[in-house]
Each structure stands twice: as C-alpha cells, then as structure tokens.
Design a protein around this ligand. Structure first.
Ligand code: UDP
Ligand code: MG
Length: 327
C-alpha cells in the first residue's frame, strides 16, 4: 500500500519565541505516528512577513530537516491568507492547519488522523474551554460564533477555529476558491463532505502576545458574516419599515392631540431624538452596504492573494509564478 503523506500547515507572524518548541513537539508526535502506522509527513511554515527572528529560525530548521518547508511572504498578508498559501503548496493526502503558538495541541493530530482513516474529510477541533485568554476575548469569541450562526445559512460549527484536518479533496476545492476576503472555516463548511468534530481544551499561548489585533479580529468577523450572508443587507428594509411604522403612529398621535385637545407638542427633545435615531440607523445601513461594496471592489481588482519572497524545500515550482514577480 502507498504510504500516506500528512501535511501540517503553520502560519507564523512574529513567533520567534515559540517556533522551536513547536517544531520539537510536532516532530515527536509526527515521528510516533510515522512509526506506528507507517506514514510520511511534511511541515509547511508560512512566514507572514515577520519582523523578528522567525524567518532566521525557520530557515535553520529547514536546512536541518528536509521535511520542513518554508514559504516566506514579502509582507504581512494576514493569517487566513498565510493558511491559504500553505494549502496551495501542501502535497499531503490530508492537511492539518494549526497555529504556531501551541494553543492548538499537536497531540490532537493523532485523533484527527484516526477520524480521517475512518472516512471523514474534515475533522475540526472544538474549543470546549479556553485557558489564559482575556475575558474580553472569550466573550467576543462566544458572541461572534453565535452571531455568525444566526446570520448565515450554512452550518459553521460553534467555537471552532482553523485548527482542523482536511482531506486532499477538500483542499483541492479550496484552492480553486480564490476569493480575497477569506474565512476558511466557513469555506470548509460550505464545501460539505463528511465532517466531524473533536473536543479539546485550548491552552494559553506558549510565549509572546496574540498577533490578532482588535482590527484584525473585526476584519475576520466581518469576513465571516459578509462572505456567507446577505441578511445584514435585508436588515435595512426591515428597519426602514419598522421606523416608518413608528413615525406613522407618531403622526396620528400628534394630529389627535392637536385637534382633540388643541395642544401642540413643544417637542424639541423628541424631534432631536428622532433625527439622531434616523440619522444613526441610516449611517449604519450605509456602512453595511459599504462593507459589501468594498469586497466587490477587492474581488474586481484581481490581485494575487499573496506575494512570496522566497522559499525553502518546496519542490513544485510550476504553481509559483502566479504569485511571484521574479518568475
Ligand atoms: N498569524 C499570521 N498573520 C497575522 C496574524 C497571525 O500568520 O497577521 C498567525 C500567528 O502567528 C498564529 C496564528 O496566526 O500562528 C494565530 O494567531 P494568534 O495566536 O496570535 O491568534 P489568537 O490565538 O490570539 O486568536
Ligand atoms: Mg493563538
């Protein structure tokens, strides 16, 4: 029987403090799996334009271990794009996506592979508990996953990040979906196939700080909702009707008290409140429309998703020219 190959894709942005430990933990797990069930592995580090020593350390690891490959971005293109590049170059029968900071325990890979061998195409890890993250992060994450499931028509499992195994087939389909504002876990759910989850407790970051700034978190949440739902656009129609209804009631009320009681409302306050309210709602609605239009704009520019500066131990050159300016 042909030996199976598993690819591990790890996006990295300024992860100099964790990369070595990650490599050691990953290697020990992967070597065990290799010995037990006779498989091969490759590890693909995607350096997302780090400004610290991540690149240097990753290079050293690659030079000593041909199973480790490095894709070096020319700048910071973001986590979802870094994962996409890793998937583009992965050659495995199944691919595992994980963060660099060991919040996703490599030990779970064994269980993921077991499920894959039982016939599942996607095995995602469900965060049952999160350790060492701020209350703000925990609450916003919980709210986001619930809002997302309320807003979208496809079933994106609650509390799952990108830590998951996907089969080669799912990966092939992801590769042809070249949308720019990517929300990978949503795309994977949309693709379908047999999917399952395994629970885990999310550890705290091994070292360093989160690389997901508030603005990156907001962008990811908006990508999740806007890429998978047009419900926010419909909101304006409902709100428009709702507000018109109240305005109509108010007019009736004003007419009645004018003619029945010969009283006119002094009404400065109510007028100001109404103007502010309507103005506010209109601004929000314009903003929502703007979110969709800016994404249409991004798609229409048709720029490559990422630019690669150089790479190590990556063999298949033929795909590269699409994102490389030098070739
Ligand atoms: N990451 C990246 N590019 C970015 C931000 C983050 O490649 O612009 C990587 C980061 O190095 C890590 C993963 O994405 O491997 C998840 O980031 P992080 O752990 O900071 O996010 P959190 O777990 O706090 O949500
Ligand atoms: Mg993390």
């Amino acid at each position: 029987m042909k030996k199976q190959l598993f690819s591990i894709v790890v996006p990295m942005y300024n992860e100099q403090d964790v990369i070595h430990e990650l490599y050691i933990r990953l290697k020990s797990i992967l070597n065990n799996i290799d010995n037990d069930i006779g498989v091969n592995h490759e590890i693909i580090f995607v350096n997302d334009g780090s400004t610290d020593n991540t690149e240097k350390i990753a290079r050293e690891i690659c030079l000593n271990d041909a199973a480790v490959k490095l894709i070096n971005f020319a700048g910071n293109f973001g986590h979802q794009i870094a994962v996409t590049a890793g998937l583009d170059y992965a050659k495995g029968d199944a691919i595992i996506i994980m963060d660099a900071d060991l919040q996703d325990p490599p030990e779970l890979i064994t269980q993921m592979i077991e499920k894959y061998n039982q016939g599942y195409h996607v095995v995602y890890a469900v965060r049952k508990r999160r350790k060492g993250e701020t209350i703000f992060k925990k609450i916003t994450a919980k709210l986001f996953y619930r809002l997302l499931s309320l807003m979208t028509n496809i079933e994106i499992p609650l509390d799952t990040g990108d830590f998951r195994l996907i089969s080669k087939e799912v990966c092939c389909i992801l590769k042809i979906m070249k949308e720019k504002n990517r929300f990978i876990r949503g795309l994977v759910s949309w693709i379908g196939f047999k999917q399952t989850g395994i629970d885990y407790i999310r550890n705290e970051r091994l070292a360093g700080k989160t690389k997901y700034s508030i603005s990156k978190m907001i962008k990811l949440s908006l990508d999740g909702i806007v890429s998978f739902s047009t419900k926010p656009l419909k909101l304006s129609t409902f709100l428009g009707f709702g507000m018109s209804f109240f305005a109509f009631l108010y007019i009736v009320y004003a007419i009645i008290i004018k003619f029945a009681f010969n009283k006119s409302e002094p009404g400065w306050t109510s007028l100001t409140v109404l103007i502010l309210l309507i103005g506010g709602v209109q601004m929000i609605m314009l903003g929502i429309v703007g979110e969709y239009i800016s994404r249409i704009y991004d798609e229409s520019k048709n720029r490559p998703l990422y630019i690669i500066k150089d790479d190590i131990n990556i063999e298949h050159i033929e795909k590269r020219c699409y994102s490389r300016c030098s070739e």
